[in-house]
Design a protein around this ligand. Structure first.
Ligand SMILES: *[C@@H]1O[C@H](CO)[C@@H](O)[C@H](O)[C@H]1NC(C)=O
Ligand SMILES: *[C@@H]1O[C@H](CO)[C@@H](O)[C@H](O)[C@H]1NC(C)=O
Length: 345
């Protein structure tokens, strides 16, 4: 099991649980939707499954372990100094006839007073939370990490990965670890589905980028000290790092007609072929310029959204202008007989 058996308090909604905690929060538009994964499958184009990717334009088939902020020249994220890349699996809809279609992403409409985040083009809302007491040390150039287990199909703590079935255009619904349309209450989500992916908060402090058995990914800590832990980090992983969280809103509203749903059950599947949701995972390549992220984490009193540590921000239009060229020539939208990269069953 990837995480030790600690039970955490239920994850409240994204507004409530952050009250009183310093956090930097911003939107990033899509930079590409493509079968690429420079962390887990560097050098491969196409990779095994589809990803949706946001952040800087240094994103590539392979990414050197170096200061990414020096390689990138633009970013799709709100803070102009964040050239990091963030990516996750995509969500697909499988119709009754077996065909698949990618579920579009929409900005997080429920973050009030945050024009940037609510107007991204697809993409992700990124949070860097400074959890409780003690110094939080920002990631170093070259740092990268992966969280989750693509092959997992059994329950996982919802404090690491969860979904919310939006009950309407009002942020309503409860977070749950499995795919929200699964189970006895097979039902459409009127306001779409939100995915949250949380990364670990303690790191072993070793220099990043040394090749690991499974590629150059770096999992700081697989133990109990995770989501918003206010305690100390364990001796094996003594460095408290920011709590990174990704929030993705999948616009399922075009697929909510149950007449289109397969008779066998819920119609939504991750690009990995996972219908349970337990295999949801996230990748991260750190790329903040200079000490911009550390400044945000050092703000002593409550700071919020993009204001932490006087971040240099950019306009939504400038962020959307940041583009990369496609490396994998394949159609991403339209109806498919099988998930991209998956063999016919
Ligand atoms: C991506 O990688 C290719 C091949 O290594 C290289 O030619 C290209 O310049 C890279 N693009 C970016 C934006 O770094
Ligand atoms: C399967 O169903 C969808 C939704 O009704 C439709 O758009 C698509 O063309 C169908 N695919 C095939 C291969 O018939």
């Amino acid at each position: 099991m990837l995480w030790s058996a600690l039970i955490f308090a239920a994850l409240a909604d994204a507004q409530g649980f952050l009250n009183g905690l310093n956090h930097l929060r911003f939107g990033c538009s899509q930079i590409t939707i493509e079968r690429l994964d420079p962390l887990v499958e560097p050098g491969k184009a196409p990779t095994a499954h589809m990803h949706q990717i946001v952040g800087g334009n240094a994103f590539n088939v392979t990414m050197p372990v170096t200061d990414i902020a020096q390689l990138a020249t633009c970013t799709t994220c709100g803070p102009a100094d964040d050239f990091s890349n963030y990516w996750t699996a995509n969500l697909y809809f499988q119709a009754k006839n077996g065909s698949y279609k990618r579920v579009p992403q929409i900005p997080n409409r429920f973050l009030f007073n945050d024009r940037f985040t609510t107007q991204t083009s697809g993409g992700v809302t990124v949070y860097y939370i400074s959890p409780g007491k003690g110094k939080v040390t920002a990631f170093k150039p070259g740092f990268r990490m992966f969280v989750g287990d693509v092959a997992r199909r059994t329950p996982l703590y919802k404090t690491q990965s969860c979904f919310r079935c939006f009950s309407g255009p009002n942020f309503g619904g409860d977070d749950a670890a499995p795919a929200p349309t699964a189970g006895a209450t097979l039902r459409p989500c009127p306001g779409g589905i939100r995915s949250n992916v949380l990364y670990p908060t303690c790191w072993d402090g070793k220099e990043p980028g040394q090749p690991q058995p499974q590629g150059p990914r770096r999992v700081p800590h697989r133990g109990p000290s995770t989501f918003l832990s206010t305690g100390n980090c364990p001796a094996s992983h003594p460095v408290k790092i920011p709590q990174l969280m990704l929030e993705i809103v999948w616009d399922t509203t075009g697929f909510n007609d149950k007449a289109l749903w397969p008779a066998t059950g819920q119609p939504f599947v991750l690009s990995t072929g996972d219908t349970t949701g337990y295999g949801q995972h996230g990748d991260y390549v750190f790329g903040w310029k200079g000490d911009a992220l550390q400044r945000a984490m050092d703000v002593a009193n409550g700071c919020f959204a993009a204001d932490c540590g006087n971040q240099k921000t950019q306009s939504i239009d400038d962020a959307k202008r940041c583009k990369i060229s496609k490396k994998v020539r394949e159609e991403v939208d339209g109806w498919f007989d099988m998930l991209p990269g998956m063999a016919m069953k």
